[in-house]
Design a binder for this molecule. Sequence first.
Ligand code: NDP
Ligand code: 2IT
Length: 447
Amino acid sequence: MYDDLSLEHFMSGLKKRTPGEKEFHQAVYEVAESVIPFILEHTRYRQAGIIQRMTEPDRTIIFRVNWEDDEGHIRVNRGYRVQFNNSIGPYKGGIRFHPSVNLSILKFLGFEQTFKNSLTTLPMGAGKGGSDFNPKGKSDREVMRFCQAFMTELFHHIGPNTDVPAGDIGVGAREISYMFGQYKRLRHEFTGVLTGKAIEFGGSLIRTEATGYGNAYFMENMLNHHNDSIKGKTCVVSGSGNVATYCTEKINHLGGKVVTLSDSSGFIYDKDGIDAEKLAWVINLKTVKRGRISEYAKHFGAEYHKGKRPWGVPCDLAFPCATQNELGEDDAKTLVANGCKAVSEGANMPTTVEAIHVLLENKLLYGPGKAANAGGVAVSGLEMTQNSIRMAWTSEELEQKLKDIMQNIHNNCAKWGKEGDFTNYVKGANIAGFIKVADAMLAYGVA
Ligand code: NDP
Ligand code: 2IT
């Protein structure tokens, strides 16, 4: 049945089965490019149809969410949970609230999560969920009512040993708290069913910082592996949310200088660097005042470029930390022309396939999100462990564990991605992530 396992034949079958799911096709293509040649060398994976099974979620739950806004109008949104693969642990992955959310985006994210969670070495399967609800401009009470309504359906499908969601775009501490409160009320049970909780009710220290810190550590690992480091480097970061801000913080700790941040309206360029004090101001702007990054330019007298992304600013290192497909082929060419040496992805799939090819052809060090941003879900895994043993580790212990996990992910990717003197981290991450899940699936037989 799987006689023709060429990339083209496999992708055309996938596209026929999932018409219109362009982000999902893109995520699968990026994996299949490196994993299919590996499968062709290892017939056990081919005969068992592992890649065909891995690209079909275990199940997808889609539901209506009704809620009432502050004016008393009834609003309707769509909720989702894609339970992608639980071969190596309970489904695990974030929840995204953004108007662009659709099945294709959640399937791409759930698929990526399979490899990412495997790379952490912790026992976590893969899932992703969310809604087309837009939290921007909503009052706290509206967000609360939405989160409660969302959880009123979702709670049937999740549990601490079944499926453990967390945050993603538009879902931070506030939303996790509202959802956890509703789960606890509906189930009449206090369990670690969500990660990213507040410290008072079972959250883990360092979880808030983990994705951004982990991404900076991944970059540092790639550079160290090639006899270099972040110290003294000019860095361009996109986004100004959870991942972007804590990535900036860790770059600062490691001696780099971050000169840009962005949001969906534009980017700021601060040639003097975004130091700890300015960063604290940004975190307050984004998490408390819920304002726009343009206000930074006014407040600190920096440049603001409306409607633009930051990739044209000359840099040594680039850290896309906002959203998918935010770095295209022309942006990659600009980075190369400006002498950029490495790209490490805090966001999921921020770089298009064409842009990845440009980076690899020009021998940049390129850390794909499934490896470079795995620190977030890794500390989520550590939050699950702490909930299970009913104890809490210290910040120092957790940061050391995060550092060790990122180093281990790096080394595993470097091992499988070695191409002479060059390290192809895309190939490395895909193959290293694939093996653990594939071997578990083989062990279960046809299940
Ligand atoms: P936040 O909601 O905290 O921040 C998102 C940031 O990205 C904001 O600055 C936002 O700007 C910007 N952004 C969102 N959508 C777009 C868009 N369509 N175009 C331009 N800018 C956009 O989310 P996170 O920081 O948590 O997530 C950022 C990325 O990191 C996502 O790809 C997410 O999947 C990934 N990630 C997150 C993890 C986590 O632990 N939170 C873990 C691993 C990966 P604006 O305010 O204008 O919308
Ligand atoms: O993309 C991701 O890895 C996340 N949004 C975090 C998932 C998690 O379960 O912590």
